[in-house]
Design a protein around this ligand. Structure first.
Ligand code: FES
Length: 106
């Protein structure tokens, strides 16, 4: 079960074991990580699961599907490392993935 690191408010690091097949968003919600509200339940319609991916991980992730970029534009302070955590499916390859939750969301 891969470990996913969630950084909240730039200081608090939560290390969570997330089952393969779940999304990074689901790992956060199931473990009460603050700042991932996931209002739409993962259907890419809310951007409340927005995270910044640690730079060294960004190019290792699944590519964005159509529509993710548009939804990221509606997120709070998106940048080049932004992803929707509901679109990131956990697998062994993501062991150690680190994502930061935007401060205003947390
Ligand atoms: S949970 Fe709504 S866009 Fe990810």
């Amino acid at each position: 079960m891969p470990k996913i690191m969630y950084i909240v408010s730039s200081v608090k690091l939560h290390t969570i074991n997330v089952s393969n097949g779940l999304t990074v968003m689901e790992g956060a919600v199931q473990n009460d990580i603050p700042g991932i509200d996931a209002d739409c339940g993962g259907s890419m319609a809310c951007a409340t699961c927005h995270v910044y991916v640690k730079e060294e991980w960004f190019n290792k992730l699944q590519k964005k599907e159509d529509g993710e970029e548009d939804m990221i534009d509606m997120a709070y302070q998106p940048n080049k490392l932004s992803r929707l955590s509901c679109q990131l499916t956990v697998s062994d390859e993501l062991e150690g993935l680190t994502v930061k939750i935007p401060e205003k969301q947390a």
